[in-house]
Write a protein that binds this ligand. Sequence first.
Ligand code: ADP
Length: 380
Amino acid sequence: MWPVVGIVGGGQLARMTYPAALELGVRLSVLAAHPDDSAAQVARDPVVADEKALDDLEAFAKACDVVTFDHEHVAQEHLRALEAAGVPLRPGSDALLYAQDKVEMRARLSALGIPCPSHRIVAGPGGVASFLREHGGQAVLKTARGGYDGKGVWLVDDVTPAEVVAEPFRAGVPVLAEERVAFRREVAAMVARSPHGQAVAYPVVESVQRDGVCAEVIAPAPEMPEERAVEAQRIALTVAAELDVVGILAVEMFETTEGDFLVNELAMRPHNSGHWTIDGAVTSQFENHLRAVLDLPLGEPQARAPYTVMVNILGGDLPEIYPAYRHVMARDPGVKVHWYGKSVRRGRKVGHVTAYGDDLESLRERAWHAAEYIRGDIDE
Ligand code: ADP
């Protein structure tokens, strides 16, 4: 019997899982909010339903052997109700909690002795003021839940206007204050882990953020000594095992100027820092996510080339993207273009490009050129 993997959420991550599922012959079912969602466009019979409604989730899960996720926004109470009804969720609700709630995540990682930025829950602007006094006048405020791509994150200091400092508290969820880490760069360590505990670690990557959104990923992170990369992989493998994560886990970290790592964020699903693996690794993150949730042996995570560069295409000025393909493809047949089928809005992640080979500087130039041309920032 060929198993059916259900994915809750119809975004680009679910969409990019389809090619891997086709190759493996695994059947996918996707629950999407709208028939024109990124993954619903490529699904055979997308289930258009409301992931906020337990009835809809239950009906969807009935037709699946295992259920996994395109994002981490399904309510804990629904996850627990599904598990109580016998639905195999991968990852399970106990693990997902730490990808959903930054306060829970910081507490758990700290208890495990995993290095994190120093932090504490603050009750209001007064609490922020004392945190700032203790941390050199700079801090980062984060809402415990509901943030993504830099939303739900505020950089504050001594001169930040009071109304900005008050903003995070309006959501009515706990607010975390963190020291502002003077990091050298941001890196991510990705692992895949299966229910019986097999795990593989991908090469550690550098992720370049612009305005809180991932702009570029370089695999492997340049000039990272082997033993430091192994240390980052060890942290990710420890988190995956201790939190009993099943599927892909991406651990976003700050690398300090001393070469130490502080964990920033966890994602328990395929992640932007792993898009390079489609073209650049022996087994993509999407295939390994499927293998893991089905408890199949995992695939080799090794890179196919010395370097792979992935650049996100964010919505820009050109509403029509397709005409740009001719120029980009003619200029550089080695660049791979991935499009998510989403409508173009300024700043929205609508696709990515990848280039792989030996010469990092030329790969970066080629990938950035393609992304900027498609976006409409340059015209030659
Ligand atoms: P999300 O992924 O939910 O958007 P993050 O916690 O990853 O939010 O924060 C977004 C970005 O804000 C990070 O990629 C980083 O550039 C910056 N940032 C977050 N926390 C800190 C911190 N403690 N110190 C310095 N910069 C931070």
